[in-house]
Write a protein of this length. Structure first.
Length: 290
């Protein structure tokens, strides 16, 4: 079963470079400009970015996407930093001002599962709402989980939102990024077809990345962008930048594979292919050791 990107959006600074590096300063995001003047200021930054990305969703060819019944529409949010960002904000308020300072609209976000809730309401999605917080690979893990749900027939349409935000230094050497990217996936159709794979080799991210690349089976004509852990913080791509490259590939009609590896030994890959579509169907690889 083929899974196709039918719409996408990017919520990043207007002057964000096409190069892998994405600005980590969230000061560029003016909630009033992106979401309106009322009702959104108290939402944590990850929730604001996710909502803005969902509202910007548009088909690559500019057409109007057909609607899907809410109970057959799911939302997957992937973020390695949203949980630490929300908890750091709550902790800071409590330590400096006490629990009475917590706003009723912000306090519930001690549960990171609420981050995509406003976006789900906007979409009218009453199907699965899943938050993926795996360290380093969450951005692509969310795409892999959504693709599997589509392949199993659990939903007819899946919206995937990749969000990364400043996390108070918890990244441990990985790139700090700030922004959101959304992909709308459906089964069948024309355009960018998506396949995914993942693997885990304890403590050996390089081996895990090789397993993912082998399972994706990219042809010689499909370039592969590998996001390495840790060392990419200075000049290499981060997970969100990898997702941005996937969006650019969909826009341009190019083929591209992105593999993200995490220091723990986890790796996830997503390949976007245009016609002719490979008949190879790949589900996430089970955890394994060499």
């Amino acid at each position: 079963m083929s899974v196709t990107v039918v719409a996408h959006s990017v919520c990043l600074p207007e002057d964000a470079p096409e190069a892998p590096r994405i600005p980590s300063d969230g000061a560029w995001f003016d909630v009033r400009e992106h979401l309106g003047r009322r009702g959104y200021r108290q939402l944590p930054l990850p929730a604001q970015l996710a909502l803005a990305a969902v509202r910007r969703l548009s088909p690559p060819d500019g057409s109007t996407a057909e609607s899907t019944a809410g109970d057959r529409l799911g939302l997957w949010l992937g973020s390695s930093t949203a949980a630490s960002h929300c908890l750091a904000d709550l902790d800071g308020r409590i330590l400096s001002e006490g629990t009475e300072s917590l706003p009723p609209t912000g306090a519930p976000y001690f549960s990171v599962n609420l981050v995509p809730s406003r976006a789900a309401n906007d979409l009218g999605a009453t199907g699965p709402s899943v938050t993926v917080t795996s360290t380093g690979t969450a951005v692509l893990d969310a795409i892999a989980c959504a693709r599997r749900a589509l392949a199993l027939g659990r939903v007819d349409e899946a919206t995937v939102v990749a969000v990364e935000v400043p996390d108070g230094g918890q990244s441990r050497g990985r790139p700090t990024e700030c922004g959101a990217i959304a992909l709308q996936l459906r089964t069948g159709g024309a355009g960018g077809h998506v396949r995914t794979a993942s693997a885990f080799v304890a403590g050996d991210p390089a081996s895990a990345a090789r397993l993912v690349r082998a399972n994706l089976e990219p042809t010689a004509s499909v370039p592969v962008l590998v996001v390495e852990p840790g060392g990419s913080s200075s000049d290499g791509p981060g997970p969100l930048a990898g997702a941005l490259r996937l969006v650019e590939a969909v826009r341009d009609g190019d083929d591209l594979a992105v593999v993200v590896a995490d220091p723990s030994g986890a790796a996830t890959g997503v390949v976007v292919e245009h016609s002719p579509v490979s008949t190879h169907e790949s589900d996430p690889v089970r955890s394994m050791t060499p």
